[in-house]
Structures are given as structure tokens and as C-alpha cells.
Design a protein around this ligand. Structure first.
Ligand code: FES
Length: 328
């Protein structure tokens, strides 16, 4: 496992696990509350928290309850036998009554203000941020449609709660039985974006690609997504960042050598320029830093085209060549 640079301790909370529920096959929900019942730091729909699973393992999970709830944080975790071990550790080690170290909520997947219509597309456990968004949109009486894809009803977490949430029928379920030929026709749903409409999607790799392909024609800035797992990279991608490079600190002029086997975040932290990190996979945006000069080999899955000319994620991104000047 990568070393976790942990400079978030001051902001972390120690919460109690009040309830664990099986929500679907392989999916448990976890309810965290403060030990004395006091209100928790507020969050907005799309936010996530870091869970310290133990033995230095930290994982990010989207909050899935309504942002109007101040007494609890709810997450849902799919046990992934092929994952890095975090979800299995959550399922196997966290019990009701445990005290768990949890970060304050952060949001890299905000609902944009001003939408007159919202489309939410959820694949599998990607439903978690979408559920929180649906709660918010319902409460604000903002027009939306939500499509929730799963293999079958028994794999669809929060099915009955979502059915109850959208009495107006704004949430549709799609069960494909695991047969790709039965998958949701996302292209038809996204064919004609109307007016000030925003699209949000989250799900597994194939689902993300299908949403991306089907929304290429949507207006710039209207499509928003969040990966919950780093996509598998092609061989070409893997080979694109093999060298070391120089990171220059704009405020001091100091030039740091970033070794081929070292991340920019590690080099900065070792040199006394603390950078907060969380996922270490280019997924969460916690380590986002502004750069002033140089060509970046962006390796993240979070920054959009409007951010990449100015920002990089220093846990995974590197210089494409030569020197990067960082606004630090
Ligand atoms: S720590 Fe999450 S993107 Fe870098």
C-alpha cells in the first residue's frame, strides 16, 4: 500500500457506528453519529468522507443521506473481492458501537446552482452520491430524472427508500440481469439536452464510458461525473509517466527533484511543503495544486478541461517534460 501522508488529523472526527444495515447483495450501509449526539459538520449533496479503516488504510465514501440531516452521516459500501481491500475491511472490521475516525465532508461533485432540470445516472454502488442529490432536489423542488441501473432488484441498494422518495415517479430502475444486451439505452436518454440541464453520473467503468460517449454533444460545463474507482489504464497511459522531473516552488524558487518512483505529493511533503492527500489515486481532488508553468501529464479522474490548464493533482500527475512551476 502507498504511504499515506496524513496532515488531516486536526479536522478528523471520531464518530460512533450507530447502525449497519444490509441494503442489497454485498452492500451494507453504515450510519455514523457523534458520541454525544451533537450535530455534525454540514455537507452538500455529492460530498464524501474519508473513513480510517485501520492499519493506516483510508478510503473515501460518498454520503448518501439527505444534506438536510445534521445528526448523522450515511455511507454504503459494496464489498469488492477484487478491490484493494478497503471495502472488505469495512465489511469485516467495522461493527455497531465502534468508534471510527472520519474526516469532515469534502465535495468535488457539487450540484451546480441554476439548473432548471437535472439528470442523474447511477450504476450499481454509484447510486450513493445520486441518492443524496435526489434528496436535495426533491427538497428544493428542482425538476430531475434519475435512472438507477443494477443487475437485479436484489443488487439495488436503497430501492424501497428511493421508490418512496420520488412519489412523482422521477426515479426509474433498470435491471439488466447481467446481460450487456439488456443495458439501459443511455444514448436515448441523453439525446436531447434541454435548456439549463445538468447531467451527473457515477458508476463502474463500462457505465462511466457509456455515459461519457452518450453526452459528448452536451454543452460544455453541463456534464459532471465522479469515479469511485480508478479506471484501468491502457498500456499507453501506463507508460506515459516513467521519468523523474523538477518541481519548482514559485514562492521560494526552490527546485525539487521528483524521482521516477516518487509522486509529486511525496516529494513536496518530504521537502516541507505539506500537501493534503486522501485517495492517492487521482479521484478525490484533495491534493489539487495550482501550477504556473510547465506541461502536465494529468493522470487524475477528477479535474475537468476547464481546470487542467491551471491545476494538477499532485498524488498522480507529473511533468510531461522538464520542470513544473507550482504556485506554492
Ligand atoms: S489525493 Fe485524491 S486526487 Fe490526489
Amino acid at each position: 500500500m502507498n504511504a499515506i501522508v496524513d496532515n488531516t488529523a486536526a479536522k478528523d472526527l471520531e464518530l460512533v457506528v450507530k447502525q449497519i444495515r444490509m441494503e442489497a447483495n454485498g452492500v451494507n450501509s453504515y450510519e455514523f453519529v457523534s458520541p454525544d449526539g451533537s450535530a455534525l459538520p454540514p455537507f452538500t449533496a455529492g460530498a464524501h468522507i474519508d473513513i480510517h479503516v485501520g492499519s493506516g488504510v483510508i478510503r473515501q465514501y460518498s454520503l448518501c443521506n439527505s444534506p438536510s440531516e445534521h445528526h448523522r452521516y450515511m455511507i454504503a459500501v459494496l464489498k469488492d473481492p477484487n478491490g484493494r481491500g478497503g471495502s472488505a475491511a469495512v465489511h469485516e472490521s467495522i461493527k455497531v458501537g465502534d468508534r471510527v475516525r472520519v474526516s469532515a465532508p469534502r465535495n468535488n461533485f457539487e450540484l451546480h446552482p441554476g439548473s432548471t432540470k437535472v439528470v442523474l445516472l447511477a450504476g450499481g454502488i454509484g447510486v450513493t452520491p445520486m441518492k443524496s442529490m435526489a434528496h436535495h432536489l426533491e427538497a428544493q423542488n428542482i425538476s430531475y430524472e434519475m435512472y438507477y441501473c443494477a443487475k437485479g432488484p436484489e443488487y439495488a441498494a436503497f430501492k424501497s427508500e428511493l421508490e418512496g422518495l420520488a412519489k412523482s415517479g422521477r426515479i426509474s430502475f433498470h435491471f439488466d440481469g447481467g446481460d450487456p444486451s439488456n443495458k439501459l439505452d443511455i444514448s436515448s436518454i441523453l439525446k436531447n439536452p434541454e435548456g439549463a440541464c445538468d447531467l451527473y453520473y457515477c458508476g463502474p467503468g463500462g457505465f462511466m464510458q457509456a455515459c461519457k460517449d452518450a453526452s459528448e454533444h452536451w454543452p460544455s460545463g453541463s456534464v459532471h461525473f465522479e469515479h469511485f474507482k480508478a479506471p484501468v489504464k491502457s498500456q499507453t497511459d501506463e507508460c506515459s509517466i516513467v521519468g523523474g522531473f523538477i518541481a519548482q516552488i514559485a514562492s521560494t524558487g526552490e527546485r525539487l527533484e521528483v524521482a521516477p518512483d516518487q509522486s509529486l505529493a511525496e516529494a513536496l511533503n518530504s521537502a516541507g511543503y505539506p500537501v493534503e492527500t486522501s485517495c492517492q489515486s487521482g479521484l478525490c481532488g484533495t491534493c489539487k495544486v495550482r501550477y504556473l508553468a510547465g506541461t502536465v501529464d494529468h493522470q487524475d479522474f477528477i479535474l475537468d478541461d476547464s481546470e487542467r490548464p491551471d491545476f494538477l493533482t499532485c498524488c498522480v500527475s507529473r511533468a510531461a517534460s522538464g520542470t513544473l512551476v507550482l504556485d506554492l
